[in-house]
Design a protein around this ligand. Sequence first.
Ligand SMILES: C[S@@+](CC[C@H](N)C(=O)[O-])C[C@H]1O[C@@H](n2cnc3c(N)ncnc32)[C@H](O)[C@@H]1O
Length: 212
Amino acid sequence: MFDGVARRYDVTNTVLSFGRDRSWRRATRGALALQPGEKVLDLAAGTGVSTVELARSGAWAAACDFSTGMLRAGAFRRVPMVTGDATALPFADGVFDAATISFGLRNVHDPAAGLREMARVVRPGGRLVVCEFSTPTWRPFRTAYMEYLMKALPMVATRVSSNPDAYVYLAESIQRWPDQRALAEIIRDAGWNSVRWTDLTGGIVALHWAQR
Ligand SMILES: C[S@@+](CC[C@H](N)C(=O)[O-])C[C@H]1O[C@@H](n2cnc3c(N)ncnc32)[C@H](O)[C@@H]1O
């Protein structure tokens, strides 16, 4: 599916999110508090649009994804790219100072396995930030957002995306995804400590932070 949306992935995101995707990526970089010289894994990095934002910190940021179509569409970006499955990462134990996954964990077939793998490749004391769609906290806003998600978003995607059906899946997968508290539990159960979260854009997106 991601190979099929790769060509117009970046522009479709920006249109469907009214440009909010840029600020969500900046907030992810801020939450990771990366230092120059640190190594960060950007898992499910797709075209690497999330990875270049991380690299602005001065840290060494590596993109990993199992869709060669997505990686190829972002090959013009000057970041290291590795083909790999989130549930069986091609890295040794404890080699990263931090790991992050933006709008990817929801798509991983076994999210708990992905979280355990990130815990394996991050050193003790290292950080995790999960940037993912979540549940708006204010009920009237949540109702309006769900209308947008289920009705308007697939219509807009028909005009912008190279594979509009993928955006029906996007809307459905966001609806099915655990809310902030439930995701925090899943992250804790996967071996991460001190889990906490921050809502962005009223809870459309949440950043979950944890320590190894
Ligand atoms: C919505 S894109 C996110 C891309 C990028 N992180 C961003 O912020 O725009 C989700 C990505 O998850 C990847 N993905 C899904 N399951 C995966 C897995 N098991 N291993 C590696 N990548 C996976 C897909 O190939 C896709 O590129």
